[in-house]
Design a protein around this ligand. Structure first.
Ligand code: ZN
Length: 187
């Protein structure tokens, strides 16, 4: 699920000597986002909620269509660009995976529980329901087949989210500063 605004440039973080610093910055931003999540739950419970929601939607899809109930396994949480979520492209799976943006999820729990997970589950269900169609090179990921499924699953028929991506921009700005500082100090 893409951001409504233009994508931010992402500097390749694979720079020697800065990996730990980048991870530290990321963890700080996750911790900051966690303060805005529903208060009574741990981060693992919140992640578990998302997994349960995805499982429920796969169950619903199996009831609606002539497909087996897909076991998505544990959702992944390492999406750091301005997308809210991402799913394995049909031609690259199975296995299919759903990757979530944890900073955005913690800050927008209700919205992402409802919309983003349905959006990404619908991508995987499209692969399962239309294996031949989705394998073709010119398959449109957000085309009519996906739109019908997201509609059936009760999500919004939109390619875009309108979440505030300022925290993501801040994370990348901090990473850029760390990288530039590293470069200057090692000249
Ligand atoms: Zn999508």
């Amino acid at each position: 699920m893409l951001a409504m605004t233009a994508s931010i440039p992402v500097i390749d973080p694979v720079v020697f000597g800065t990996q730990e610093e980048i991870q530290r910055i990321y963890q700080e931003e996750v911790d900051r986002a966690f303060k805005l999540a529903p208060e009574d739950k741990s981060i693992f419970q919140l992640r578990g909620d998302a997994n349960t929601r995805a499982e429920e939607l796969f169950k619903k899809a199996a009831e609606l269509y002539d497909i087996p109930e897909y076991d998505i396994g544990a959702l992944l949480w390492d999406l750091r660009d301005d997308r809210a979520g991402a799913a394995t492209a049909c031609r690259d799976g199975p296995p299919y995976e759903i990757t979530m943006n944890e900073i955005l999820f913690l800050r927008n729990y209700d919205d992402m529980m409802h919309q983003t997970i349905a959006h990404e589950v619908a991508h995987v269900v499209t692969c399962l329901r239309y294996p031949e169609l989705t394998a073709s090179a010119d398959f449109q990921a957000h085309g009519p087949s996906w739109q019908a499924i997201i509609h059936d699953l009760g999500g919004q028929v939109s390619q875009f989210h309108n979440l505030d991506i300022t925290p993501i921009n801040l994370y990348h700005l901090r990473v850029d500063v760390a990288l530039l500082t590293f470069i200057v100090e090692n000249q």
